[in-house]
Design a binder for this molecule. Sequence first.
Ligand SMILES: [Zn+2]
Length: 328
Amino acid sequence: MLWIRIKARLLLLYRVFLLKIGFKKSLLKNRYGEQILVFHGVDTVGDTDINSRFISKEYFERFIHYITSNYNVISLDDYYRKKFKKNTLNIALTFDDGYLNNYEYAIPILKKYKVPASFYITTIHKKSSFLWPDFLDLVSKYSTKKQVVFDGNVYTRNEKKEFTYKGVSLKNTLKTIPYEKIEEMYGVFEDDWKNITSKPLEEYWKLMSFEQLIAIAKDALFTVGSHAKTHANLVAIPLEAAKNEISESKQILEKTLGFPIKEFAFPFGYYTEELANYCLEIGYEKVLLVDYNKNEIEKNEAFKKRFVMNPYISFELQLVSLLKGSYF
Ligand SMILES: [Zn+2]
């Protein structure tokens, strides 16, 4: 078992080496593949310490320059129509969460290279300009509190700067409850949040405005879809509440943008077959997941898995992993 893992690792490093010395064509030999990529935030410096899913704008531009020069980058529409080229990697780009930094940093680069992309947006904007997981990450990192009380339980801050109760992090607790309960957490950290919003940390939490979203939606390069209403974990909350998140976010976006919303991406990539099918029933045509968890899901062409960018590895290893379709 161990030898197989070592062999796989060596092969990966060999491929990285081939890429580094300019033998990228040999990596693509007889290869015909496709991937939908998921990005989250793009910041000025690529500080994974503040947000573990963010990459820097320099890295982003280097990556876009590389994939447009070497692979076939297409729109999600063309991806669904299977307008693929042979002997290359066919890629469609997606962005989850609707950060302002997408608008400020990623979109100018996408426009410069004429690269299509799809953006998945929650409709929480009407109530707040941030998503609850980012709020919690930031207050946990910067808080001076050692303990907080949420829902009657005392959460203690550990050395990783996470608040935990009986070994379960506050984040994982919040991933099991509807947004109305999650909102109670905002009061617990009110002073910490005030402190954060007074710092130059906006690129780690601020969402796009609806006006900016309208501007994106008008651009022929881009499409906009739903990422549910509040970024709750749709699998853990009651079924009716989950269905409401899926349908009401569609209505709000349609009312705001003035055209039908046909794309949906599950928050955290968590879904059930029932919820995925519900998306199709109410008019979504493209449903984006992270992984398939059932064969029936894989057989339905409306459902597509995606490949999440990994900000913790080198540029070359990211490319090799992308070609391989996995990080292992
Ligand atoms: Zn998300």
